[in-house]
Design a binder for this molecule. Structure first.
Ligand code: GRF
Length: 213
């Protein structure tokens, strides 16, 4: 059974959504480790409630980002992790981790990349920018992770109309619902090794994914 590490910094609703689909047998993998940079993150309780080991790595405990990422890499190797899922993780993944887990790391972004992405574009900042720009559609993107924020090959995207949204909070709610739908689908494709990557294009091998709502 393939082993997944989940990296998260926040509430953990995406982590929860993935856990549910693992329990239902939709995702053929197990979660071997939860990594967080935030000692207050909600994901810690979720992991503990499910008997998943947690490694809390506050960056301030390390001399520099290399030591920080080196410690995380060591934990991944010790836990015999095959794939990495970024579920609301706010730190850039170190090059040594990206290189070792090439095309085996995916991230969920709460907008339709490449729009509204890049450094500083996370959480509510994204939905504020989307609301203020007056776009009629938003949505979520799952992409493979490389050494630049939100710039890796796109795996799945789904849009939602926000024409009648009256606030960025309303947009956030609609987009989060989409995230909980497409992220587990992307995790399934990843662990079943069904992603064919050519440059920035990803094609899905085998039958199209049918979400398990
Ligand atoms: C989500 O909006 C995700 O798109 C972004 O961080 C947020 C994580 O939310 N990367 P949660 O912690 O999974 O509830």
């Amino acid at each position: 059974m393939k082993r997944i590490a989940v990296f998260a910094s926040g509430h953990g609703s995406n982590f929860q959504a993935i856990l549910e689909q693992i329990k239902k047998g939709f995702i053929p993998a197990s979660i071997g480790l939860c990594i967080t940079n935030n000692p207050e993150a909600g994901v810690i309780e979720i992991a503990e409630a499910n008997g998943i080991p947690v490694k809390i790595c506050p960056p301030k405990d390390y001399s520099d980002s290399h030591a920080f990422n080196q410690a995380i890499l060591a934990a991944l190797i010790e836990a015999e992790i095959d794939y990495i899922i970024l579920a609301g993780y706010l730190k850039l993944i170190g090059r040594q981790i990206v290189d070792r887990y090439s095309n085996k790391i995916i991230n969920i972004h709460p907008a339709l990349l490449p729009s509204f992405g890049g450094k500083g574009m996370y959480g509510h900042h994204v939905h504020e920018a989307v609301f203020n720009r007056g776009v009629k559609l938003s949505g979520a993107t799952v992409h493979l992770v490389n050494n630049k924020y939100d710039a890796g090959p796109i795996v799945l995207q789904k849009s939602v109309s926000i024409e009648d949204a009256i606030s960025d909070e309303e947009i956030a709610k609609r987009v989060l619902k989409i995230e909980h739908e497409i992220f587990p689908q992307a995790v399934k494709l990843l662990v079943e090794n069904r992603l064919e990557v050519n440059g920035l294009r990803v094609t899905i091998k085998g039958e199209q994914i049918v979400g398990d709502d």
